[in-house]
Design a binder for this molecule. Structure first.
Ligand code: C2E
Ligand code: CA
Ligand code: CA
Length: 651
């Protein structure tokens, strides 16, 4: 009857229309939401958009987006919209916690419809969350990303199937957007990394430039002393030569080499050696005149360029440099005296270029090592004999292979009985090309070229063999053998000595190893272990050249020595030099107090011999008694001296 009244069909139609309209709005909303989300690439913004749109779509009070962390042990609420989200967003929870945990574990959405599928305990556990929480997982192409969670619908109705459908559709749409945003995020990170890499590269480049500058400096200056190095000094010498040539001037080069520095360096350690070198360089620099240049050629070698100079100025400069070393160097409270040898060459007389000038300065320096005044001017005549060390080194190597050395023996006399009680083995080397090369020349060469080990093996073998022959003939002579510092660094030395003594059946006490004083200058508590091993095996130790190394007797007291050899420089003229006599006398006394027997070497005349006897020296050695002799002549000497015994033991 009433036109308004709707038939059931009409009512149904109207409801359908309304549902359709509702659908259309929802779809429009969904489309708009996914479009908005897809248009964003910034990950945080995408998440915030999802949260906002999902909330509108579902009409919830609160919407949260939990996202799984990379290692899938936690999830973090990274975005949210609606009530109380500020408290929750940013919070991380363990994966098995709450509804989220359930969703990820079961890989299904959470909503009221799940209720029937839950078992008794789960239903009991979750019953309060049912209806007012809905959560659908966000699933990426490869793995779970997280979820979208709606909490409490506005109007407090429970979430229904339609909500689930809508949210699921939305979630599958936005998952793609999330993945895009994620890869964009990764890209951004990579880009940032690339940028910081770029920056790093820039920094590295700066460092490289600085290093190059350092290298440039290192290439020209010596790191330790800050003096010009070999390269720079070479360049300076060349320039100085050019200048001298242009201005028709002379020019001198000084080559300064420290004496026994290598030994000192080995004994004190390289750090202490470096300190000494630094101090030496400092003194040299202070000695230098402004017009001159000094550089370090390497090791303990320095070169000085003196422009517009002659022999006279060069000599004076050499004296000044030597004088600068006169005061001791103080290192950890100990005094060390350093000496140097200086070779002088003159441009243009001795050479017209760097290499010939330096080579000749080297020859002169070697000459200086053997002279007394510490410097020497190059002498072409001498150079004919003074061999190039380089050539010598090669020949020496061959000599070691051929065992081309001979050993001479110098008698050691008992000062009271006048009998020969021992012999010092001294090496001799004759080379057809170079003639007789003295040991002071070839021993350091052996040391520097790594040949000393094989040389010492020959020396020990030959001399021990020789001494054992004397023993077999009934002559109980003691054998003294010189050891270089390098030998004491050879861990095989004690074995070698023991093996040879056994092989030739020489009693251990019959062998005395002579070591120079510098060995004792280090910490006596930390005696080279090889030395300690040798002493333990029964071999005797003697300190050679005593008095030249400035070590104190109290130092020596701590060493397992049995003998002390006063250096010949004090002995030779002690009959004429009262100072030296005093030194010898007090050394003998002190050594005796320490229980050491004393040998005086360099006995060159009868007066000295008598004085030494009066003083109470135990053993005597020197040219006046006998020069070092070949083995057979030595034997004759022993037989004559010990049997005839014409010795006058009292003055
Ligand atoms: P050193 O150990 O001090 O040897 C003593 C040196 O003084 C020997 O010189 C000897 O010939 C010399 N001499 C002996 N009596 C007198 C004298 O009355 N007056 C003077 N002015 N000199 C005398 P040599 O044989 O030329 O040896 C020099 C140095 O070479 C030795 O000094 C030693 O350090 C070293 N040397 C010699 N042979 C060997 C060796 O086989 N091995 C090692 N490592 N070094 C050796
Ligand atoms: Ca000696
Ligand atoms: Ca000596």
């Amino acid at each position: 009857m009433t036109a308004n009244r709707q038939s059931p069909q009409e009512q149904e139609l109207a409801q359908l229309r309304q549902a359709l309209r509702q659908r259309e709005t929802e779809i429009a909303l969904l489309k708009e939401a996914t479009d908005a989300v897809s248009s964003q690439l910034d990950f945080d913004k995408v998440m915030q958009l999802i949260a906002d749109r999902a909330r509108t779509l579902l009409n919830t009070k609160t919407l949260l987006i939990p996202v799984l962390n990379e290692d899938c042990t936690d999830y973090t609420y990274i975005a949210g919209a609606g009530e109380d989200v500020d408290e929750v967003v940013g919070e991380s929870l363990p994966i098995n916690f709450g509804v989220c945990g359930w969703v990820w574990k079961n890989k299904r959405p959470w909503w009221r419809g799940m209720l029937d599928e839950l078992d008794e305990t789960e239903r009991e556990q979750w019953k309060d969350e049912i209806g007012n929480i809905i959560m659908v997982p966000l699933i990426g192409k490869k793995h779970f990303l997280g979820g979208v969670t709606g909490i409490n619908k506005i109007g407090d109705e429970p979430f229904n199937e339609r909500d689930l459908e809508l949210l699921s559709m939305f979630a599958s749409q936005v998952s793609i957007a999330i993945e895009n945003a994620l890869s964009f995020k990764e890209l951004t990170v990579a880009k940032k990394e690339a940028e910081s890499y770029q920056k790093e590269l820039g920094k590295l480049n700066e460092i490289l430039v600085a290093t190059n500058k350092d290298l440039e400096y290192l290439a020209l200056y010596d790191d330790l002393t800050s003096l010009p190095n070999r390269n720079l000094i070479k360049d300076r010498i060349r320039q100085s030569i050019k200048q001298a040539e242009a201005e028709e001037q002379k020019l001198t080069i000084l080559l300064i080499d420290l004496d026994n520095f290598k030994e000192l360096n080995d004994t004190l350690g390289h750090d202490a050696g470096d300190v000494l070198l630094y101090e030496v360089a400092k003194r040299f620099r202070e000695t230098l005149r402004p017009s001159d240049t000094i550089g370090r050629l390497g090791g303990d070698e320095f070169a000085v360029i003196i422009p517009d100079s002659d022999i006279r100025t060069a000599k004076q400069a050499a004296k000044d440099f030597l004088q600068s070393l006169e005061n001791p160097f103080i290192l950890q409270g100990n005094h060390y005296f350093l000496d140097a040898s200086i070779g002088i060459t003159l441009y243009p007389e001795h050479g017209a270029d760097f290499s010939s000038l330096l080579k000749h300065a080297d020859v002169a320096m070697y000459q200086a090592k053997q002279d007394t005044n510490g410097f020497s001017i190059y002498n072409p005549e001498q150079d004919e004999h003074s061999q190039s060390r380089l050539a010598l080194s090669g020949t020496l190597r061959q000599a070691c292979q051929d065992e081309a050395f001979e050993f001479y023996y110098q008698p050691k006399l008992d000062a009271r009985t006048g009998k020969v009680v021992g012999a010092e083995a001294l090496a001799r080397w004759f080379d057809p090309e170079f003639g007789n090369v003295p040991p002071v020349v070839f021993i350091p060469l052996l040391e520097n070229s790594g040949l000393i080990k094989s040389f010492t093996e020959i020396l020990l073998r030959e001399s021990i063999k020789q001494c054992s022959l004397w023993h077999q003939a009934g002559l109980n002579l003691n054998l003294s053998v010189n050891m270089s510092m390098h030998n004491l660094r050879d861990p095989n030395l004690p074995q070698l000595v023991a093996r040879l003594l056994n092989q030739y059946r020489l009693p251990r006490r019959s062998l005395t190893l002579e070591i120079t004083e510098t060995v004792a200058m280090g910490d006596p508590q930390h005696l080279p272990p090889i030395l300690a091993q040798l002493v333990l095996s029964g071999v005797e130790l003697s300190i050679d050249d005593f008095g030249t190394g400035y070590s104190s007797l109290s130092y020596l007291k701590k060493m397992p020595l049995s003998e002390l050899k006063i250096d010949k420089s004090f002995v030779i003229d002690m009959d004429k030099d009262p100072d030296n006599e005093v030194i010898v006398r007090s050394t003998v006394e002190l050594a005796h107090n320490l229980g050491l027997s004393v040998v005086a070497e360099g006995v060159e005349n009868k007066e000295v011999m008598q004085k030494l006897q009066q003083i109470g020296t135990d053993m005597l050695q020197g040219f006046d008694i006998s020069r070092p002799l070949p083995a057979d002549e030595f034997l004759k000497f022993v037989l004559a001296t010990n049997q005839v015994s014409t010795w006058v033991s009292h003055s």
